[in-house]
Design a protein around this ligand. Sequence first.
Ligand code: C2E
Ligand code: MG
Ligand code: MG
Length: 398
Amino acid sequence: MSPSILLVDDEPFQLKLLARQLVNLGQNSVETCTSGQEALGMLDAQPTTRWLIFLDLNMPDMDGVKFIRQLVARSYRGALVLFSGEDERILEMAVRLGQAHQLMMLGHLHKPIQPEVLQILLGRWSEQMSEMVQEIPRTYGAAAVQRAIANGELVNYYQPKVEVATGAFVGVETLVRWQHPDDGLVFPDRFISVAETHGLIDALTRVVLIEALAQARCWRDAGLALRVAVNVSMDNLLQLDFADFVLDQLVDAGIAAQDLILEVTESRLMTDLRIPLDVLTRLRLKHISLSIDDFGTGHSSLAQLRDIAFSELKIDRGFVHNANQDNTKHAIFSASLGIARQLEMKAVAEGVEDRADWEFLRQQDCDLAQGYFVAKAMPAAELPCWLLEWTGRYAALR
Ligand code: C2E
Ligand code: MG
Ligand code: MG
């Protein structure tokens, strides 16, 4: 069965135009409807996950938002693209609404519709379709994660952090991976929250930290003075002995406290801060650096900045990638950088994905950069080779 595209717009001329553009891009199964009601009738007659709907937000009877409600009520599993002549920010807001409902949102189009943008969206659609075919379980059970920790199946990957002004390689962030015996390399989004909710995060963090410090020692012995960052979740900070554990490990590995950064993310709201504040204050007293991760998202907020003496602020990638061409991201990025400056924290931009992002950081005078443009996370053994490659690439960048 061939997947079908469904266009919903009250303006017949617009419908025809978009249908023609899609046919020109090689799509031969395009249906059109001039109202939401008509479109729902078509979906009900052919319920399949292979639909791609292009939805106009502004329609007289049932507007796009009401139509989205109807899709959610039908547990629609196909893809969705929104378009309208409205302000870009309203379109983006409607996309977020769809995402919040877990709909497969491919993006949005601003009228008049550019064929190049249409082509990009169609590319995303075919990617998503092929991923759907090979979908594997999203998360693992607690017993499996516990076994992984006990059997030493967790491995550390390291992602370089470089100075924007000089390109110098100054540190790494440790990102854990699970070398699963059957499923291959498993990413943390599929097991960290399981570990957090089942009391396993403490054991996990300890394994990751010990390995990262041993690695830091090896790098120092080889003449590479890198600062090593390790992610800790708020649940780690609920153990009163956590600070002592970290300090003991530093001594064992022969690493100075200044060379360890703990990146803190608060994935859920902490109401009682007594134990975390005790632990964090002691860590700071011993000169271990604290970094506020994913700043500006979730509970990684201004209130945390007020309460905790962070030494580094990581601007979430949602405000970094493409910030040069998006006024909202640009504004949030600059404000975050301003806060970092005023509070004398180092600012790290996460998710630096391309040359344009890099140039933006240079122009903004951000301290450090981390992201695919510089390097993806990699096993420790691959770092020397990357460094050689980066040194050459950076020289050409200037
Ligand atoms: P994070 O600490 O914010 O780490 C950054 C994530 O962004 C990493 O994903 C990294 O691979 C990814 N990333 C880096 N550069 C780019 C880029 O240019 N573009 C995009 N789109 N992504 C980029 P990863 O490794 O999948 O880790 C996801 C999250 O899992 C981490 O987010 C962190 O919160 C958590 N995590 C990883 N390791 C640990 C750990 O040992 N302990 C705890 N508690 N959490 C961990
Ligand atoms: Mg992090
Ligand atoms: Mg982050």
